[in-house]
Design a binder for this molecule. Structure first.
Ligand code: UD1
Ligand code: CA
Length: 431
């Protein structure tokens, strides 16, 4: 989009999180909070991306944000209005017309909602459009104060009058501003509030004064240019201010992911005990059994069966018709079509060919105390129960290992052989 910018606010001190890691870099279902926000708010066509950081967290944020991000540093955390002020010169210099302002701590925002907010702002030629939501527990959020014609103010929790506490429409903290209006608002916002901070929320009242609803001839002749878009999903307004909020958000993201997988043909036998990261891909007709955790960069094919009690994590490619059974951990591995590891196994840094059968209790010993090493097991191999393959190692195609075999590191096993013992020796060539 031309003349459009997105400003992510991330300079806050995160006092309520009690953390040394910047709040927005905490993870929810495998992804940092700010990366969830970016998924909803930013794409390469969205125009300028600006991140407001603090002097302390800028370096850490730089690593998490897309390379095209421009950073502004807020020296002192004086409030959300002060944070946006640090981005003003960039917005003016780049002739930006409208700017989307988003707190970096709101991982539940949806792409569709942000798109609609921007569409309304542009179609209605608004000067300020506030994203709001109706929530069950409005405590700690800014409340939306309305008169018969629309929004007239946002009042923060600590500044509420007793009656206003009953209001369930809250401020998401997400806005689209006309940059000229934003500039005028920011020059007028002061700290006369309970927290002695510069509140960005004061922009509503200031903007309405700058742009009164009435024209000279009478009431309502000019539409207000300050408006709201109420999302259908109040949960989107949830910001992560504490560890408790983080747990709530993780649970919502987890359920959303499971719903999405089920909508796309994956069976989740027990959603309440299944944890699958947001970025995991799973093909249709795969069955996920209870108490299963799949995390990190993982792709699972079609018609697989994973679990119960399986832990599949970090850079995994699983082809179709694979079975990963109970108490099996798979880490940084590739599993070929039709292969099975059904019981009590650890496969780490391992590449399995097609139709490999891994017996119960098999371990690929990938760590020598200093480095991780790879294991390769060829197509059609049968690994006997309790085999230990000490990596690095390559087992050829159609290798059979006897139960309890220990295959020492670096001892490649040729195709079509039967090996047995501790350490395992080739007994005979099978064919
Ligand atoms: C803010 C809103 C509140 C809204 C809520 C929604 C204000 C005054 N209040 O409150 O109306 O309901 O979000 O989640 O805006 N930040 C800075 N610099 C600062 C202060 C904050 O960059 O000086 C950043 C924070 O890192 C955070 C975002 O701005 O990402 C919002 O700040 P936060 O302190 O979380 O505001 P809330 O109290 O949640
Ligand atoms: Ca917040």
């Amino acid at each position: 989009m031309n003349n459009f910018a997105t400003v992510i606010l991330a300079a806050g001190k995160s006092k309520r999180m009690k953390t040394s890691l910047p709040k927005v870099l905490h993870k929810a279902m495998g992804k940092t909070l700010v990366n969830h926000v970016l998924d909803a708010c930013f794409s390469s066509e969205s125009g300028l991306l600006i991140c407001v950081a603090s002097a302390e967290n800028k370096d850490a944020l730089t690593k998490a944000m897309p390379p095209e991000t421009l950073f502004c540093v807020q020296q002192e955390q004086l409030g959300t209005a002060d944070a946006v002020k640090t981005a003003l010169s960039l917005l003016q210099q780049d002739m930006i017309k409208n700017v989307l302002v988003v707190p970096g701590d709101m991982p539940l925002l949806k792409k569709e909602t942000i798109r609609e907010l921007i569409r309304i702002h542009e179609n209605e030629k608004n000067l300020l459009t506030v994203l709001t939501g109706i929530v069950k527990e409005p405590f700690s959020y800014g409340r939306i104060i309305r008169d018969s014609k629309g929004i007239i103010a946002i009042v923060e929790e600590k500044d509420l009058r007793p009656k206003q506490r009953q209001i369930h429409e809250v401020n998401s903290g997400v806005y689209v501003f006309d940059v000229e209006l934003l500039t005028r608002c920011l020059s007028k916002i002061n700290k006369s509030n309970a927290q002695k901070e510069f509140y960005l929320t004061d922009s509503v009242q200031i903007a309405l004064k700058i742009n009164p609803a009435k024209n000279k001839k009478g009431k309502n002749a000019v539409t207000r240019k300050v408006d709201t878009f109420i999302t259908n999903y109040g949960e989107e307004c949830l910001g992560v201010n504490s560890r408790k909020d983080l747990a709530v958000v993780i649970d919502i993201l987890r359920k959303r992911k499971l719903q999405d997988l089920m909508d796309n043909g994956v069976t989740i036998e027990d959603p309440s005990t299944t944890f699958i990261d947001s970025c995991v891909q799973i093909g249709k007709d795969t069955i996920i059994k209870p108490f299963t955790i799949i995390s990190g960069n993982v792709a699972v094919g079609e018609k697989c069966e994973i679990g119960p009690y399986a832990h599949v994590h970090e850079n995994i490619r699983i082809a179709d018709q694979v079975c990963i059974g109970n108490f099996v951990e798979v880490k940084r591995s590739v599993i070929g079509k039709g292969s099975k590891a059904k019981h009590l196994t650890y496969l780490g840094d391992t590449t399995l060919g097609e139709k490999v059968n891994i017996g119960a209790g098999t371990i690929t010993a990938n760590y020598d105390g200093h480095k991780k090493h790879p294991t390769v097991i060829g197509d059609g191999s049968h690994i006997g129960s309790n085999t230990v393959v000490v990596a690095p190692n390559v087992l050829g195609k159609n290798v059979t290992t006897g139960g309890g075999s220990v295959i020492p590191a670096g001892k490649s096993i040729p195709d079509n052989s039967l090996v047995y013992g501790v350490p395992a020796r080739v007994i005979k060539q099978l064919t």
